[in-house]
Design a protein around this ligand. Structure first.
Ligand code: PEP
Ligand code: MG
Length: 539
């Protein structure tokens, strides 16, 4: 048994097998495919290209090593015509919705294992060939920078780090918990873990050479420990703790369907933060009174190209329909910082947190923005949808956004779409926005305070930098004063104000927020009932 301590970023206790991604081997982009037939066409085109490469290699081998050298590559070419092999790749894409690169790599591995198990020595030697061919194909189909890993059973993922795009591409049902060497509390990977209710630790000083897939581990997301190969006693203790945790959750269940109001009757809306359509289920399960932040940028991650208007429209429409009249605040894409998608071509920036991101991209590349707005405005007739713009720093920016929104609205009407211009609000997450919140409040329908970035930009502490974690203090007086100022300015102009950053779920501050006059707290679904309980206890 070996116990290590890290930093807990998402609560809960689990026991299960671990999965250690092999980054060296699995250099394949993380994407989930929606148009499988188009992906199969890509594979067909790549096969042709690999054949051309192989022909060139065969020609060179002929010159350098004679006929027998060339024969190797000719045999490879024949393998690429093998119907069983190709059909196996296509089946993987169709059934598993994985990329062609991933399907080629997995099929290659399966065929290689098949060959390796054969009696005939010649056939056994073909295992390396099929691996080689498949790697070529996978490389060609993929830029090959991020990891694409697929635990086969529900597992505790133990890795050096996990990016938000890896998180969104993983099958949720296969992640019991995660423990990483790097990472920080404020990163979007940690936020995703909280939204998905996955116990998670960062800064775990694990030596990846000492552990392997299949070992058993207990992750304690409250205490911040991971215990590998627990002994019998520890397992029993863990089971007891899990039971206790379950009982505590059950006690909160009684709050479902109850109002979130203080003893004196002041009502607070407790909404859920979500990152995908799937998270709506957690929000409803936890009796969310609405969605206060749908981080729509996650729709853009873990894929090769922009989501189309229709694709987005369908997602937004289903989300508002499932929330059945409850408010759904969808934030326009907040790409940038730690949320990167290659096809945006942002490039390497010295300081991505202060870089080309969010509405800055939308205003410089309005064609991307317009597509999202069209999808949002079309979806708004199906429920109670509001749109929210992130990373605002000035009134001019808001005016520009509202002008584009008006044009999009007129365009949709001219095209005959049933649509309506929803409520539009902004995130207050930069010190600049706080300082001009008085003026900004005249322009929009609501504010939502993003305390994660507000803390980062006010304290000049990178929320991603684990070395500065002790300084990243959202309870800092400066932040609390800013929140108060924003609430006062919002109310002066008669608009509502919520908190959707992680601080909204901090029950140590709930009473203070209520006293400041915050109208809404939007939190990870698993925190809704706890916040409701805290509000109800305020006299
Ligand atoms: C925030 O900054 O507080 C916020 C809610 O947005 P994100 O965490 O996605 O940057
Ligand atoms: Mg933010």
């Amino acid at each position: 048994m070996m116990q290590l301590s890290g930093k807990a970023v998402s609560g809960g206790i689990v026991l299960g097998p671990i999965f250690v991604p092999d980054r060296k081997k699995e250099q394949i982009h993380c994407v989930r495919i929606t148009d499988t037939e188009a992906e199969i066409d890509r594979v067909r085109a790549a096969v042709k290209q690999v054949k051309v490469q192989l022909q060139a290699l065969a020609d060179r081998a002929l010159e350098e090593a004679g006929e027998s050298g060339a024969a190797i590559f000719e045999a490879y070419e024949l393998m690429l015509e093998d119907a069983d092999y190709l059909e196996a790749i296509y089946d993987d894409i169709r059934m598993e919705k994985v990329s062609g690169a991933r399907a080629a790599a997995a099929t290659g591995e399966r065929f290689a294992e098949l060959f390796a198990g054969m009696e005939d020595e010649y056939m056994r030697a073909r295992a390396a060939d099929v691996r080689d061919i498949s790697e070529r194909l996978a490389d060609l189909l993929d830029g090959g920078r991020e990891t694409d890993f697929f635990p086969e059973e529900p597992s505790v993922i133990v890795a050096d780090d996990l990016s938000p795009s890896e998180m969104v591409s993983l099958d949720r049902s296969k992640i019991l918990a995660f423990a990483t060497i790097q990472g920080s509390v404020g990163s979007h990977t940690a936020i995703l873990a909280r939204m998905m209710n996955i116990p998670a630790l960062v800064e775990v000083p694990v030596n990846l050479e000492e552990i392997h897939t299949g070992m058993i581990a207990v992750v304690d997301g409250f205490e911040g420990t991971v215990t590998f190969e627990p002994d019998e006693d520890f397992r029993l203790q863990t089971e007891k703790r899990m039971k206790k945790e379950q009982e505590q959750l059950q006690r909160l269940e009684s709050l479902k369907g109850r109002k979130t109001a203080t003893k004196s009757g002041k009502k607070i809306d407790v909404y859920a933060n979500i990152g995908s359509e799937d998270d709506v289920a957690y929000a409803l399960e936890n009796d969310a009174e609405g969605i206060g932040l749908f981080r729509s940028e996650f729709l853009y991650l873990g894929r090769r190209d922009f989501p189309t208007e229709e694709e987005q429209f369908q997602v937004y429409k289903r989300v508002v329909q499932r929330m059945a009249g409850r408010k759904v605040i969808i934030r326009t894409l907040d790409i940038g910082g730690d949320k990167q998608a290659d096809y945006f071509n942002i490039g390497i920036e010295e300081n991505p947190a202060m870089g080309y991101r969010a509405v800055r991209i939308c205003l410089k590349q309005p064609e991307i923005f317009r597509i999202q707005l069209r999808a949002l405005f079309r979806a708004s007739v199906f429920g109670n949808l509001s749109v929210m713009y992130p990373m605002i720093i000035s009134e001019e920016e808001v005016r520009q956004i509202l002008r584009i929104a008006e044009e999009v609205q007129a365009e949709l009407e001219a095209e005959g779409y049933p649509c309506q211009c929803p409520e539009q609000g902004i995130m207050i997450e930069t010190p600049a926005a706080v300082m001009v919140s008085d003026e900004l409040a005249e322009l929009v329908d609501f504010f939502s305070i993003g305390t994660n970035d507000l803390t980062q930009y006010t304290l000049a502490i990178d929320r991603q930098n684990e070395r500065l974690a002790d300084y990243y203090d959202p309870h800092h007086k400066a932040i609390l004063r800013m929140i108060r100022m924003v609430v006062e300015n919002a109310h002066k102009h008669g608009i509502r104000v919520g908190i959707c950053g992680e601080l909204g779920a901090d029950t140590e501050l709930t009473e203070e927020f209520v006293r400041m006059g915050v109208d809404e707290l939007s939190v990870a679904p698993s925190m809704i009932l706890k916040v409701r309980k805290t509000v109800r206890e305020i006299s």
